[in-house]
Design a protein around this ligand. Structure first.
Ligand SMILES: C[S@@+](CC[C@H](N)C(=O)[O-])C[C@H]1O[C@@H](n2cnc3c(N)ncnc32)[C@H](O)[C@@H]1O
Length: 420
C-alpha cells in the first residue's frame, strides 16, 4: 500500500482482489505512525517523490533490509541461509546528481517547477528538492527568477519535462572530450517538450544555457550535439556521460558498488567477463586489463557510443562494448559456445527473466546481479538457483535515502555438482 508505514492507522479501499492477495489504496489517514518525525522537506506531504522523509534513518535501513529478505523468501523461495546486510548512505539529503522535474510558464511569463503528486497529474510546485544535489538546487532557484521569454508553444497549462544532471568540476585543458574547462560543479539540462510540434524553443533553450551554473542545455532531439562530460573519476579512470544518458544517481554509493563489483569479479580470476545492461561501462571499465577480455551489451546506442569514448579516452584495450538486446546477445553467445567466467548483470526494474535460460546455457562460474528492485531480483534469483546456481552472498546499498527504493547486489556461483 503506497505511503503507509508501520504504525499508521488508515482507511483503505480495495482496488484489486486476486484471492491470494489484494491491492488497496489509502482513502484516509486516521492516525499517523509515531515513527513519523518532522520532514526536512517542505513539499513531502504532497510531492510524489519521497515516501519516508521524517522517518529515522536506521528505521528506513531496517525496513529496506527486511523488504529484500522478505522478497527473497516469498517471491524467490530462496532459503534464509544467506543473510542480507545493508550499507547506509553517507548522506541522506542532497545526494541525487540527476532529477526530472516538470516546468510550467505562468501567464506573467515566470517559470516554476514541480513534481507530479503520486498517482495524479497535479503539479506540486517546488523551489528546491531536498534530495537533489546543491548545484541542482542552486540552478533550480535561479531558473525560478530567470527572465526567459515564454515560447508560444509552451502554454501555461502544459508542463514540460526537464532533466537536470549535476556534473563535477571538469578537467578541461588537454582532455579533448571536454568542450570547455569548468572549475566548479555545474548542471546540464535536457528539455523534453510536451509535443514534437514545439518548434519555437531556441530562445528558451538559449535562456536556460545562459543561466549561471548551467554548463549546457538542449532539447532531447538535439542530444547528438550535446557535450561529452565527466561525471565521475575513480581509480585513475574518467567516467563520461552525455546529457540525457543513464547514470547512477548517487555518486558515493556508486563508487562503493563499483569497487565491490571489481573486488568480487577479481576474486574469480576471470579471463572473460560479460557485462549485461552495461550502460556506458560504469561497472566494467575498471575491470579491463590487457590480459583479460571484457564484453558489454546494452540496448541504448548512445550509451554504447559513450562506453566506446570511455574506452578510447581511458586508453583501455581488450574491451568490446556492443549495442543490442541482452537476450539476443546471450542466445547468440550460447549457440556459438562462447564462454564467460563471470557475468555482471545490472538490469532495469523489470529484471531479466527472459535472459535467464540463455544465461544459464553460458554457464559462467559466477553471476554478479545488481538490482534496483527486490521483487524482480528475488524472482530471477529463484529461477537461477533452481537452474543450478547457488546464492553465495546478498548485500543491499541505500542509493536512495528517504524513499523506499533500494539497490542490491547478489552473487551466485555455479553449483559444482550441477550441470547447468
Ligand atoms: C540499471 S541501468 C544499468 C546501467 C549500467 N550498468 C550502469 O551502472 O550505469 C540498466 C540498463 O539496461 C539497459 N537495457 C534495458 N533493457 C535492455 C535489454 N533488453 N537489453 C540490453 N540493455 C537493456 C538500459 O538502457 C540501461 O542502460
Amino acid at each position: 500500500m503506497a505511503d503507509a508505514v508501520p504504525g499508521d492507522v488508515v482507511d483503505i479501499e480495495v482496488t484489486n482482489d486476486s484471492g491470494r492477495y489484494a491491492d488497496a489504496k489509502i482513502v484516509l489517514f486516521q492516525q499517523l505512525s509515531p515513527l513519523r518525525g518532522k520532514s526536512p522537506c517542505a513539499f513531502s506531504e504532497k510531492c510524489g517523490g519521497c515516501q519516508w522523509h521524517g522517518i529515522p534513518y536506521e528505521q528506513q535501513l531496517g525496513w529496506k533490509r527486511q523488504f529484500v529478505e522478505t522478497a527473497l523468501g516469498r517471491i524467490g523461495k530462496v532459503e534464509a541461509s544467506v543473510p542480507v546486510s545493508i550499507s547506509g548512505a553517507s548522506g541522506t539529503l542532497e545526494y541525487r546528481n540527476r532529477i526530472f522535474v516538470r516546468g510550467v510558464f505562468a501567464a506573467d511569463g515566470s517559470m516554476s517547477f514541480g513534481y507530479f503528486q503520486r498517482g495524479s497529474r497535479n503539479l506540486v510546485p517546488i523551489n528546491r528538492c531536498a534530495i537533489a544535489g546543491v548545484t541542482i538546487n542552486r540552478v533550480l532557484g535561479r531558473l525560478g527568477h530567470a527572465k526567459i521569454e515564454r515560447p508560444k508553444s509552451l502554454l501555461a497549462v502544459t508542463p514540460y519535462r526537464m532533466e537536470l544532471q549535476e556534473i563535477p568540476p571538469q578537467p578541461g585543458g588537454s582532455d579533448e572530450s571536454i568542450s570547455g574547462s569548468v572549475g566548479e560543479a555545474k548542471v546540464v539540462i535536457t528539455v523534453y517538450p510536451p509535443s514534437p510540434d514545439c518548434r519555437d524553443l531556441d530562445a528558451f533553450v538559449e535562456g536556460l544555457r545562459q543561466t549561471e551554473g548551467v554548463f549546457w542545455a538542449g532539447l532531447i532531439k538535439d542530444l547528438k550535439a550535446a557535450p561529452l562530460v565527466v561525471f565521475d573519476e575513480q581509480d585513475g579512470l574518467r567516467y563520461h556521460t552525455r546529457p540525457g544518458q543513464f547514470q547512477q544517481v548517487n555518486v558515493s554509493h556508486n563508487r562503493l558498488v563499483r569497487s565491490l563489483v571489481h573486488e568480487l569479479v577479481d576474486g574469480y580470476k576471470p579471463a572473460r567477463i560479460l557485462d549485461l545492461f552495461c550502460g556506458s561501462g560504469n561497472l566494467s571499465l575498471g575491470l579491463c586489463r590487457a590480459d583479460r577480455y571484457v564484453e558489454g551489451i546494452e540496448f541504448s546506442e548512445p550509451a554504447i557510443a559513450t562506453a566506446r569514448e570511455n574506452v578510447r579516452i581511458n586508453k583501455i584495450t581488450n574491451a568490446l562494448y556492443l549495442s543490442g538486446s541482452s537476450e539476443k546477445h546471450l542466445w547468440k553467445c550460447a549457440k556459438k559456445g562462447e564462454q564467460f567466467d563471470v557475468v555482471i548483470a545490472d538490469p532495469p526494474r523489470e529484471g531479466m527473466f527472459k535472459d535467464l535460460i540463455p544465461l544459464q546455457k553460458i554457464g559462467a562460474k559466477a553471476i554478479i546481479y545488481v538490482s534496483c528492485d527486490p521483487a524482480t531480483l528475488a524472482r530471477d534469483l529463484g529461477a537461477l538457483i533452481r537452474g543450478g546456481y547457488q546464492l553465495k552472498w546478498v548485500r543491499s546499498f541505500d542509493f536512495f535515502p528517504n524513499t523506499w527504493h533500494v539497490e542490491t547486489i547478489a552473487v551466485l556461483e555455479k553449483s559444482p555438482e550441477e550441470k547447468v
